[in-house]
Design a protein around this ligand. Structure first.
Ligand code: IPM
Ligand code: MN
Length: 363
């Protein structure tokens, strides 16, 4: 295939993990005889300081013209972020507008830890059981993130308000994605909610249960979000399969899931809209370790795998990347944040990790 890919490397560790992801992309391109044109464009805090906007017009054009977008993490250390006006900060000035622009409503966040790598988890080994394999699907363009924001300062009683709205269409389309994935993987579908308190959750559940009727072959259950947070630590593998979450709950529980498997560096993601998708690691830009060649590039390389699978309809290429990523660990190597108990010569730098993934792909 021939595709144009927009490359938004972002801030902090973004450029270094993106470099490794591109190496892997190029290796797959050669092996499978594809042609990818990569167009780089500024995005994030760096783009704001260079051009006055974290999502410049030219970058929008590059993204509009691309078939798919690879985005690195964005943001700077807190002190530096304070120099950026609220509306130009990378979260509200770049990431949310990117999601909105392409209506990327389905955010795939796989959480994988095979039994053999149970040592990466801060949990006791026996709690990992036969391994963790959860596909968290987070609704990404609705709910409290995109509701009206109000701050009242005119009266003596100051207040702030975040509106949370979900429409039927918004819930239905992401529920369909979750049930389809569960059917494909022959797994259960677990719906997370807070229906004992929130009207939006009660509404969400009614729609999800209606969609469930079309999937009688998919085992289905609902779990309250607070209980889910607890169970995710006590018995993570009970969620093996697909987990569906609204935007805010999905933000929180996917970070927690990263903690359960040992590192946010193991959390790739894909954000899919009706016409276009983009991929990004689920974590931030880790400015404290930027430029040291120690960041774990797994999340960005895994995002390339997700791009092949979810955006380019190429599951074979995706599987090749997943297999290579896990093979690095199975060979006894690791990355710096997961190095407890490992000999020094088994701890790979960012670039050495990428090189090893490429070598394995090349065979
Ligand atoms: C994520 C991030 C973003 C979110 C931030 C940076 C806006 O935490 O992708 O999980 O909250 O969605
Ligand atoms: Mn998050």
């Amino acid at each position: 295939m021939q595709k144009t890919i927009a490359i938004l490397e972002g801030d902090g560790i973004g450029p270094e993990i993106m470099r490794e992801a591109i190496k892997v992309l190029r290796a797959v391109e050669t092996k499978y005889d594809h042609q990818f044109t990569l167009n780089h464009a500024p995005f994030g805090a760096g783009a704001y300081f260079a051009e006055g906007s974290p999502f410049p017009e030219q970058t929008k054009k590059v993204c509009d013209e691309a078939d798919v977008i690879m985005k690195g993490p964005v943001g700077l250390a807190v002190e530096k972020m304070n120099d950026i006006p609220q509306e130009h900060r990378p979260e509200v000035g770049a990431i949310l507008p990117l999601r909105k622009r392409y209506d990327t409503f389905a955010n795939y966040r796989p959480v994988r830890l095979p039994k053999s790598l149970a040592g990466f988890s801060p949990l006791k080994e026996e709690m990992i059981g036969d391994g963790i394999d959860i596909l968290m699907i987070r609704e990404l363009v609705g709910g409290i993130y995109f509701g009206k924001k109000t701050e009242g300062t005119a009266t003596a009683l100051k207040y702030a308000e975040d509106e949370c709205i979900y429409t039927e269409d918004q819930v239905r389309r992401v529920a369909v994605v979750a049930f389809e994935e569960a059917r494909k993987g022959k797994t259960q579908m677990v719906n997370i909610h807070k229906a004992n308190v929130l009207a939006t959750s009660r509404f969400w559940n009614v729609i999800v249960e209606d969609v469930a009727k079309q999937y009688p072959d998919v085992p289905y259950q609902s779990v309250l979000v607070d209980n889910a947070a607890y169970q995710l630590v006590i018995n993570p593998s009970m969620f093996n399969g697909v987990v569906l979450l609204e935007n805010m709950m999905g933000d929180i529980l996917t970070d927690q899931a990263g903690g359960v498997i040992g590192s946010l560096g193991l959390m790739p993601s894909a954000c899919i809209g009706p016409e276009k998708g983009y991929v990004e690691p689920a974590h931030g830009s880790a400015p404290d370790i930027a430029g040291q060649n120690i960041a774990n590039p797994y999340s960005m390389i895994g995002s390339v795998a997700l791009m092949f699978d979810k955006c380019l309809d190429s599951p074979k290429e995706a599987q090749e990347i997943w297999d290579a990523l896990f093979a690095v660990f199975e060979k006894g190597y690791t990355t710096s944040e997961l190095s407890a108990g490992y000999a020094e010569d088994k701890v790979l730098s960012t670039s050495a990790f990428g090189d090893m993934v490429v070598e394995i792909i090349q065979g």
